[in-house]
Design a protein around this ligand. Structure first.
Ligand SMILES: NC(=O)c1ccc[n+]([C@@H]2O[C@H](COP(=O)([O-])OP(=O)(O)OC[C@H]3O[C@@H](n4cnc5c(N)ncnc54)[C@H](OP(=O)(O)O)[C@@H]3O)[C@@H](O)[C@H]2O)c1
Length: 251
């Protein structure tokens, strides 16, 4: 059956690695035109090279000017925008005793302010196409985690933005949903979370033990639900946070 995403235009932030890269490839293989963003050009160009429907744009979700620039690129290139995937994330293992205003602000800049400015910039174009927004949250957006409070609170904010925007934008026919990923094999622990390879390996072993299905996920297993929520076939689903987490959120 042909996908309803064929010839639709999709923005995936943080599309050079992990979940975003896998989602961009899925969208492209279904015939959508995809803009992927990230800060580092080399990895981004490499991710864009895996499918002719993927175009790279170096942009920082934490930079307010880049929201208009990212949406502008989709409109200049293809004249429309159907789907915004707010995937790029920032986080840290940050015990309360170590917080600074800068560290808290840097997490919220990427996980809350950036997605809000992108959604606002996308709004007139999503109204025109009756499009969709998919926000990428985490199990820790609804489950407490010691040492993760500001990452977790930023994802909790993104989950609630999802519900509020779903209500606010429903009169325009725009759907807003989220995927709350569980521990997934990607560059996140050594990259976004800033852990050493040894620390990352210890956390992976601990997480595997806690996950009811006894393994971490892979990016493709998360990506397929991002695409599913964006599909026009999901037309009656809005305001939902779908946990794709091997059951971790149940514990
Ligand atoms: N992996 C997990 O276990 C897990 C679990 C729950 C939720 N998540 C969420 O899933 C999302 C994707 O994470 P992932 O695991 O796929 O991570 P990843 O493999 O580290 O990929 C992160 C991507 O985001 C980009 N990025 C980071 N900061 C950015 C910024 N300020 N502006 C633009 N792009 C930025 C990175 O490229 P540059 O560094 O070059 O910018 C990269 O392309 C995040 O929102 C994360 O919170 C992940």
């Amino acid at each position: 059956m042909m996908s309803g995403l064929k010839d639709k235009v999709v923005i995936v932030t943080g599309g050079s690695s992990g979940i975003g890269r896998a989602a961009a490839l899925d969208f492209a293989e279904l015939g959508a035109k995809v803009i992927v963003t990230a800060r580092r050009a080399a990895a981004l160009e490499e991710a864009a090279s895996i499918h002719p429907n993927i175009t790279a744009l170096v942009a920082d979700v934490a930079s307010p000017e880049d929201a208009e620039r990212t949406v502008g690129k989709a409109i200049e290139t293809w004249g429309r925008l159907d789907v915004l995937v707010n995937n790029a994330g920032a986080g840290a293992i940050l015990p309360l005793a170590e917080v600074t205003a800068e560290r808290i602000a840097s997490i919220f800049a990427v996980n809350v302010i950036g997605p809000s400015l992108l959604a606002a910039a996308a709004l007139p174009h999503l109204i025109a196409t009756k499009g969709a927004i998919v926000n990428i949250s985490s199990t820790f957006g609804h489950k407490p985690g010691a040492g993760l409070s500001h990452y977790a609170a930023s994802k909790a904010a993104l989950e609630h933005l999802t519900r509020c925007w779903a209500l606010e934008l429903a009169p325009h026919g725009i759907r807003v949903n989220a995927v709350a990923a569980g521990p997934t094999e990607s560059g996140a622990l050594t990259g976004m979370m800033g852990l050493s390879p040894e620390q990352a390996a210890a956390i992976k072993a601990q997480e595997r033990e806690q996950i009811p299905l006894k393994r971490r996920g892979n990016p493709e297993e998360v990506a397929r639900w991002i695409v599913q929520l964006a599909e026009p076939a999901s037309a009656w689903v809005t305001g939902q946070v779908l946990a794709v987490d091997g059951g971790l959120g149940l514990t």
